[in-house]
Design a protein around this ligand. Structure first.
Ligand code: PLP
Length: 366
């Protein structure tokens, strides 16, 4: 077998894992009911509460990637015909609509142009009594930040579901202060852990409204809580916890909390601003609306004058082959139009920003 390349991961995820995380991946495997593992699981829950900004007892690393968190959020609280308002200004908002529809909810979709933030008032005014209001905090397809706190202030009796896949650990998140009822995330973005788990947190209000027998057995939060919050000795087996991935997440959260949440946000902010300024210095045009740009995920328009008949995929290929740097293509309606450059987790360091800007200047002949 040939050696696997060591890349700088600057796409929309996965990011480079923290060294402490990579080290945790080779720890001995423990049984999922071993008291030594349950201690790691409990501590992972505590650390997740800290990064989510919540005291929610039901806070756990769900098996599966970020999308499992999205699916779990809806399948556990949406009943057939329930009105569900979804703010859509990118691919992941669209995916929310698809999931709600499959669960049998009535989707009330409130669109904003891709690259612009959601209109909070329009989302709140879309239905007089929605069961659920849902939005993506950090739209990874466009690089735009949506105002989740504003939705929380105006949600009324509805439950608020927030996708925090690309925001958790990278920019401010405050689940309790913002009135978020269910938030889910993913490990491979700003937490600096490989893909495989979906951290999720569920408020007491949401727990009172959980569907008793959701159509997904695997993602059933009632069953999962029996294992996760069952108390030492009282844990009920549901499915085998992915112990190695949970150990990796435990380590990654440890790195983020040792650094300090605010310091981690500041590091992502500094890297993102340096990257965005550097791209503009190269004569490139940023895509997301000014004032709503995410530091951890930058969208930049593909220039028209690519050298030597190269297309946009050829540029990304050159970055990968010549410099071992991965950046992302545009997704959905932005395919072929933008590049998505992530600066998340362990990738969010000045040396990577400088390396990419230098490599891109060379590839683009600028
Ligand atoms: C990456 C991402 C997802 C999906 O996560 P997967 O880990 O790919 O399943 C969902 N929402 C947002 C905002 C994302 O960036």
């Amino acid at each position: 077998m040939t050696a696997i390349a060591d890349r700088i991961l600057m796409g929309p995820g996965p990011s480079n894992p923290y060294p402490e995380v990579t080290a945790a991946l080779v720890h001995p495997v423990l049984g999922h009911l071993d008291p030594a593992f349950l201690e790691i699981l409990d501590e992972t829950g505590d650390r997740l509460r800290e990064v989510f900004g919540t005291t929610n007892a039901l806070t756990l690393p769900m098996s599966g990637t970020g999308s499992a968190g999205m699916e779990a959020s809806f399948v556990n609280v949406v009943r057939p015909e329930d009105p569900v308002v979804v703010g859509v200004n990118g691919l992941f908002g669209e995916r929310m609509c698809e999931v709600v529809e499959r669960v049998g909810g009535e989707v009330i979709r409130v669109d904003a142009p891709w690259g612009e933030p959601l209109d909070t008032e329009a989302v709140l005014a879309a239905h007089p009594a929605p069961a659920v209001i849902a939005a993506v905090h950090a739209e990874t397809s466009t690089g735009v930040r949506n105002d989740i706190a504003g939705l929380g202030r105006g949600k009324g009796d509805a439950l608020l579901v927030a996708d925090m896949v690309t925001s958790l650990g990278g920019i401010e998140v405050a689940v309790d202060d913002w009135g978020v009822d269910i938030a889910y995330s993913g490990t491979q973005k700003c937490l600096g852990v490989p893909p495989g788990l979906a951290p999720i947190t569920v408020s007491g209000r949401a727990r009172e409204r959980l569907v008793e027998r959701p159509s997904s057995w695997y993602l059933d939060l009632n069953l999962l809580s029996g294992y996760v919050t069952g108390g030492r000795g009282g844990r009920v087996y549901h499915h085998t916890a992915p112990v190695t991935m949970i150990g990796a997440l435990h380590a990654g959260l440890g790195v983020v909390l040792d650094e300090g949440l605010e310091a981690a946000w500041a590091r992502h902010e500094a890297c993102g601003l340096a990257l965005q300024a550097g791209l503009e210095r190269l004569g490139l045009e940023l895509f997301a609306a000014v004032g709503y740009r995410l530091p951890q995920l930058t969208t930049v328009k593909v220039p028209q004058d690519l050298p030597g008949g190269m297309d946009e995929a050829g540029c990304r290929r050159a970055l990968l082959v010549r410099y071992d740097i991965e950046i992302g293509s545009g997704a959905g309606q932005l395919a072929g139009k933008v590049w998505r450059i992530g600066c998340m987790g362990h990738t969010a360091r000045p040396q990577n920003v400088v390396a990419l800007l230098g490599a891109l200047a060379e590839v683009l002949g600028r």
